[in-house]
Design a protein around this ligand. Structure first.
Ligand SMILES: [Zn+2]
Length: 261
């Protein structure tokens, strides 16, 4: 088993980074990342309006902290605009049937993406990566992101960085399970949601970072990888993965509702 893990490069991604996120959890993991020199991707919501992401009191130094993180080698992704789900569409990577973008018309999508960018510009934050809340985006989103200068979407399934037909945007795939650390996988991204982590889940996150330290690379390393066009077979696997993730998340939501989380 372990010898198969040697080649796959792992990027680390944290979702739902906002001024009111779970700072206790983040600082605990950040300590570990400092110790192991890990440089992750932070998915920052430019103008969070989602009450589910209001866990802690507001950090007034948030944007300074983001800028410092950036100077420290962290990558910043724009994680939607307000993190509000406006449609019941799943989009291209159908993990969730709710979206801030998928199914909205081009004018609206463009307005949201521009507004998010404007906030980032105002605070001196550079982002060439986009990650959609709920993983849901559609062809219109991809086209607009590309027009607005984004180069990458952190999402989807693949063993390499890939492009889709008719789009110059590159996809940096995410992982759903240990098999993504296996043979043939050039790279993958481990995704963590620290807002909802209890002590056990935090410990699992820390253990993952320690166990895979040798394979973890700064997320920005992925920008140097060549991309290939996604094949039909890979697209099929992507849809299977979306299905698996959807079930995993549903289970987690049910567990949370019954207080087992
Ligand atoms: Zn999110």
């Amino acid at each position: 088993m372990p010898h198969k893990n040697i080649m796959t490069k792992i990027g680390i991604r944290f979702d739902d980074i906002t001024p009111t996120m779970n700072w206790n959890n983040f600082y605990k993991i950040q300590k570990v990342m400092d110790e192991l020199s890990i440089k992750p991707l932070l998915g920052v919501v430019p103008d969070n309006r989602d009450d589910n992401l209001k866990v802690d009191t507001e950090n007034k130094e948030f944007w300074n902290w983001i800028r410092k993180s950036q100077e420290n080698g962290y990558c910043i992704a724009m994680h939607g605009y307000q993190h509000l789900y406006k449609t019941k569409r799943a989009g291209i990577f159908p993990v969730n049937h709710f979206s801030e973008f998928a199914g909205e018309n081009a004018v609206l999508q463009n307005r949201k993406i521009l507004a998010g960018k404007k906030i980032f510009d105002k605070y001196g934050v550079n982002a060439n990566v986009f990650m959609a809340p709920g993983h849901s985006f559609d062809k219109t989103t991809i086209r607009i992101l590309s027009q607005q200068g984004f180069q990458y979407i952190s999402d989807g399934y693949g063993k390499h960085v890939y492009t889709r037909k008719d789009s110059p945007i590159k996809f940096i795939p995410i992982m759903s399970g240990e098999e993504c650390l296996g043979e043939g996988y050039e790279l993958t991204t481990a995704v963590f949601h620290l807002n909802t982590c209890d002590r056990n889940m935090l410990r699992n996150c820390e253990m993952f970072l320690r166990k895979n330290q040798k394979n973890i690379v700064p997320y920005s390393d992925f920008f140097r990888y060549e991309s290939g066009l996604q094949s039909v077979g890979e697209r099929m696997e992507e849809l299977l993965l979306a299905n698996r993730l959807r079930r995993k998340m549903q289970k987690r939501r049910i567990a949370r509702r019954f207080g087992r989380n």
